[in-house]
Design a protein around this ligand. Structure first.
Ligand SMILES: Nc1nc2c(ncn2[C@@H]2O[C@H](COP(=O)(O)OP(=O)(O)OP(=O)(O)O)[C@@H](O)[C@H]2O)c(=O)[nH]1
Length: 193
């Protein structure tokens, strides 16, 4: 198989791919992540995952390229990555005591016009915790770089009352789906190095 590129700057996505053990490298997609207003969260993440993968594939047309994007949906609001602590506080105040959905899209592009994609949802319910506990969680800094301002594999799991779906999907890549897309594309996941 020609090389596999993860079109991502996300350390969490890199950690998940490292766990799979396939040879790959990362490259920043370098795309504008704005999408038209009025798109559903699922439409937006799908569009952005394809946009990221295509941007890298244009630079490396013979490679396999995996792109991903994630948004948090709570009620009718869609949340991305917070810009600062105050934005992270506002996001978490919206999530505490509620159920929200993480939508993560992945897109696999390959030689010969291969294009496969999927969107996975994970539902999470958070405990309602007092403001002082929220401030202590913000002090961990886990909000930085995370859609929804928490890390499900870190101290954020102390906020978690219920999780329905693929936990890795919350971290940034739905690994059950990533494995399925790679196998369907013909990858040997235990190839000799
Ligand atoms: N470690 C961790 N990261 C999370 C969690 N929830 C969301 N994230 C990260 O939040 C980010 C979602 O924003 P995106 O716009 O999809 O991705 P990004 O960080 O800009 O990275 P790119 O792939 O380069 O676009 C990703 O990096 C996810 O890995 C979590 O529970 N744990």
């Amino acid at each position: 198989m020609s090389e596999l590129i993860l079109a991502s700057t996300s350390s969490a996505r890199r950690a998940l791919m490292d766990g799979l053990g396939l040879p790959y490298r990362t490259e920043a997609p370098g795309v504008d992540e704005h999408v038209a207003a009025g798109l559903s969260a699922e439409e937006a993440v799908r569009m952005l995952a394809v946009r990221k993968a295509r941007a890298v594939q244009e630079r490396h047309p013979d490679a396999w390229v995996l792109g991903a994007d994630q948004l948090v949906e709570v009620g009718h609001e869609v949340l991305g990555k917070p810009q600062d602590r105050d934005a992270a506080r506002a996001q978490l105040q919206r999530l505490l005591g509620q159920t929200h959905v993480i939508h993560t899209a992945v897109c696999l592009l390959g030689p010969g016009g291969h294009h496969s994609e999927t969107v996975e949802d994970t539902r999470l319910t958070f405990f309602a915790v007092p403001p002082e506990e929220l401030e202590r969680y913000l002090d961990t800094g886990e909000w930085e770089g995370c859609a929804g301002s928490y890390r499900v594999e870190g101290r954020g799991q102390a906020l978690l009352q219920k999780l329905e779906g693929d936990r890795t999907n919350v971290q940034g890549l739905p690994m059950l789906s990533v494995v399925r897309l790679l196998r369907q594309a013909g990858f040997d996941l235990f190839a000799r190095p």
